[in-house]
Design a protein around this ligand. Structure first.
Ligand code: ATP
Ligand code: MG
Ligand code: MG
Ligand code: MG
Length: 570
């Protein structure tokens, strides 16, 4: 590639809204351009990086026996109604209507469609196991789309879905994907860790996230340096840290054993009818001056804080007053009806609760029981716990480690493997016939990789004050040739062009900067873009038969004799 024939457009300043370094650098380097919150064009340079990530993912998926297809972005609501996710998903699911007023969704993942495919295509145990994947645009109407490609609304994901005849088979398929993911992230040149992750409302024991280690990551990982134990902190057992902030008030002390009956009583007093389809109901008040405010929280899963519904209560008596929408927003960081992570940065008191064992724990840490918060990003959704507290959290479990031996790291979730069992196949009635001609339900797993997020995560992990330092496997170009004096010197043009041709013939992804810009400007541009190897060809060096090779990750350049440059770079 000749730089004059490619589209490069670097910027001096990052947009003020760009809070994290990958967002700043990708914008400055001209890799992405924003159109709306969480919606970007991948510019030629950015797309090149994405394609390299995709190629590695595709290669390893194929090697692991997965089969590529391509499912639609726009999916009919009927399938989502069948699975129950039409009701359950909440506002992250973008719902649209066609001209006939029929409902559709823009897919955030494709469990429904692939299960529909499976029930129509898979008839016999002889067709199993099978694993289908696609690399496709996803849409999630994230509450706070920020951070560039890290948390987009439209983004690119590889998602795979395995089908097996029984649980043992599904777990074997899971292991194959787990191992493929290990290879993928190694090949990408990233420092990462596979950690046990929450299985949420699906249950079961098997779920792992692949976390790219970076100080700026949203997730906290706890691991034992001397063993294999590593978990997302949302899974680790810990005394509830929120408890410290929740000063008990008289009101909450009055309520000693909140229970279902009390809940109904409160509901009666407040004149609200409880939705019987929800598993847990919690009434909370806030210990602030003035008349108490009450919110009704309804939870659809057992532990899914993701699925808490914050409702505005109708008018009621007993000295309580109606919370306004603004108050709900301010207090919980959630709109009424919002199904998303609950912001409990401020204290709440539970006045009645149907499921004391879990709900009260994670709302205000009433007991010192283990807690389990799904989908929380520390620092974003909740105040960050203190590392000193976390070190001691998992005391006494030999599988995990002695108190105080654990280490904490920040990570960016770039992949997630999940054993699903029959969650979707039973809802959508996806069966196959066994050897005896009897129908059995398919056992599933799902496996996601955030292709576009990987590019941002790589930058969070690998950058300096000058710009990006790409791992070679996903660099937009592996080598840049920077001739100093391209316009002036034929010797330089010849030398640069000869090297360029040789590298191309050897399948090196090389760009020759033939734009004849000033050396300082040219160098800082390529440092910003982050090309791993820069070869500088100048008159002075050429006279001594020397070309300079600068690795982006190293402080010092190396002077290489002209005749040896090819071999050195290759
Ligand atoms: P997060 O906890 O960051 O919201 P998630 O657990 O909701 O992610 P999954 O449903 O597990 O995400 O999706 C699989 C992968 O897709 C994630 O591991 C991540 O790499 C990527 N991903 C998820 N949401 C986004 C997003 N908004 N923008 C970019 N990539 C995303
Ligand atoms: Mg997550
Ligand atoms: Mg999410
Ligand atoms: Mg996940």
């Amino acid at each position: 590639m000749l730089a004059s024939k490619f589209h490069l457009n670097t910027l001096k300043e990052a947009p003020t809204e760009a809070e994290i370094v990958s967002h700043q650098l990708m914008t400055r380097a001209g890799m992405i351009r924003k159109h709306a919150g969480g919606i970007y064009t991948y510019m030629p340079l950015g797309l090149k990086i994405m394609r390299k990530v995709e190629a590695i993912v595709r290669e390893e998926m194929n090697k692991a026996g997965a089969i590529e297809l391509l499912m639609p972005v726009v999916q009919p609501a009927e399938l989502w109604m069948e699975s129950g996710r039409w009701e359950q998903y909440g506002p992250e699911l973008l719902r649209i209507k066609d001209r006939h007023q029929r409902d559709f969704v823009l897919q955030p993942t494709s469990e429904e469609v692939i299960t529909d495919i499976a029930r129509n295509e898979i008839h016999s145990y002889r067709q199993l196991p099978v694993n289908f994947y696609h690399i496709q645009t996803k849409f999630r109407d994230e509450r706070r789309p920020r951070f560039g490609l890290m948390r987009g609304r439209e983004f690119t994901m590889k998602d795979a879905y395995s089908f097996d005849r029984d649980e043992a088979g599904a777990l074997a398929s899971y292991d194959i994907m787990y191992n493929a993911y290990m290879r993928i992230f190694k090949r990408l040149g990233l420092t990462f860790r596979a950690v046990a992750a929450d299985t949420g409302s699906i249950g079961g024991s098997r779920s792992h996230e692949f976390q790219v280690i970076a100080d700026t990551g949203e997730d906290l990982i706890v691991y034992n340096p001397d063993s294999d134990y590593a978990a997302n902190i949302e899974l680790a057992e810990a005394p509830c840290l929120i408890e410290k902030r929740a000063e008990p008030t008289q009101e909450s002390q009055e309520v000693e054993t909140p229970n279902a009956n009390k809940c109904e009583l409160v509901a009666q007093q407040l004149g609200v009818s409880l939705d019987k389809t929800v598993k847990s109901v919690v009434f909370v008040t806030t210990p602030e001056e003035g008349p108490a405010q009450v919110w009704l929280l309804m939870v659809r899963g057992d532990h899914e804080i993701n699925e808490i519904k914050v409702s505005k209560l109708p008018a009621f008596k007993h000295g309580f007053r109606l919370a306004t929408e603004e108050e709900i927003l301010e207090y919980f960081g959630s709109e009424p009806g919002y199904l998303g992570p609950l912001n409990t940065a401020k204290p709440v008191n539970i006045i009645a609760d149907t499921t004391v064992a879990n709900m009260s724990d994670f709302i205000c840490g009433a007991n010192k029981a283990p807690y389990h918060i799904t989908g929380i990003n520390w620092g974003r959704d909740l105040p960050e716990p203190e590392v000193a507290d976390l070190r001691n959290v998992v005391a006494g479990d030999p599988a995990i480690g002695e108190p105080g031996t654990l280490a904490i790291q920040r990570g960016i979730e770039v992949g997630h493997v999940f054993f699903l069992g029959d969650k979707y196949s039973s809802e959508l009635k996806a069966t196959f016939l066994n050897e005896n001609g009897k129908p059995e339900t398919l056992q599933m797993g799902c496996y996601g990789i955030g292709i576009s997020r990987i590019t941002a995560a790589a930058i969070e992990q690998n950058h300096d004050e000058k710009g990006i330092i790409w791992p070679i496997a996903m660099a937009p170009f592996e080598v840049v040739i920077c001739p100093v004096g391209w316009g002036k010197s034929e010797a330089i043009r010849n030398e640069a062009t000869a090297l360029y041709e040789t590298l191309k013939q050897n399948n090196i992804d090389v760009i020759l900067d033939d734009r004849d810009t000033r050396p300082g400007v040219m160098f800082s541009e390529w440092e910003l873009i982050g090309v791993p190897i820069r070869v500088t060809i100048g008159d002075r060096g050429l006279k001594d038969g020397i070309i300079e090779v600068q690795e982006r990750s190293k402080a010092e350049a190396v002077k290489v004799p002209v005749a040896e440059v090819n071999a050195y770079v290759l």
